[in-house]
Ligand binder design. Structure first.
Ligand SMILES: [Zn+2]
Length: 244
């Protein structure tokens, strides 16, 4: 078993992700959060892969917008998302359980690995993280050096969700939903001007910054580093108004 994950840029700054086993290309690929179908189709064709299924972190259109077209082209497909948010997830076929605070086996297997889920409300109330081995898909809850806007959840929810994600081992890879890292680090450095790790990260950013790691986020993410929900809420509000 060899798991390969490849970022597929979608829309303006979204990432979908292809997941496949390069030693078993006949088993096809899964895609996480296809905001649109065309770039996913192109990425599949380039690698000679069929599409097996879709995994969803949350219901926003820039994460599920490609579902209908992909099902129409490649279907029938398995479409997996959080059971409690199923009413907002187009084309869903399999409803995943998820609890707050810890990853749990979902009963599904992807590329030979058990798919684990955790409920991470904050950006939306129905957001989940998806875990395969040491690879975690965080959607719009945790970004590199940032977190999602609190559209539905509270600062307390976001604080707990980020702490649960960053309680994982330090080398766990975190694959996030948008390329916002450069702007996030400008804000981060305004919050912690003496944080050398933030400055070092900002000085050496590749064009595509996904994935991050738990260690990097603990060192440079001002929302992960917030002492409590109140501080996280104040930082999130400041970020919403930040022009840097
Ligand atoms: Zn979103």
């Amino acid at each position: 078993m060899a798991l390969r994950i490849e970022a597929v840029p979608c829309l303006r700054d979204n990432y979908a992700y292809l997941i496949f086993d390069p030693e078993k290309p006949e088993e096809g690929a899964w895609v996480v959060d296809p905001g649109e179908a065309a770039p996913v189709d192109a990425a599949l064709a380039e690698r000679g892969l069929s599409l097996t299924g879709i995994l969803l972190t949350h219901h926003h259109p820039d994460h599920v917008g490609g579902n209908a077209a992909l099902v129409a082209t490649h279907g029938p497909l398995a479409v997996l998302g959080f059971a409690d948010d199923a009413h907002r997830l187009p084309e869903i076929t399999q409803r995943l359980p998820a609890s707050r605070g810890r990853f749990e086996a979902s009963g599904q297997t992807i590329c030979g690995l058990p798919l684990e889920t955790m409920h991470i409300p904050g950006h939306t109330t129905g957001a989940i993280a998806l875990k395969l081995g040491d690879e975690v898909f965080t959607g719009d809850t945790l970004f590199a050096a940032g977190c999602g806007r609190l559209f539905e959840g509270t600062p307390a929810m976001m604080h707990a969700s980020l702490q649960s994600l960053c309680a994982l081992p330090e080398d766990t890879r975190l694959w996030f939903g948008h390329e916002y890292t450069a702007a996030n680090l400008r804000f981060a450095s305004s919050v912690e001007p003496d944080n050398d790790a933030m400055q070092a990260r900002a000085a050496d950013l590749p064009a595509c910054t996904t994935p991050s790691t738990v260690a990097l986020e603990r060192a440079t993410n001002p929302f992960v580093r917030a002492a409590d929900a109140e501080e996280l809420g104040a930082r999130r509000k400041a970020k919403d108004e930040f022009r840097g």
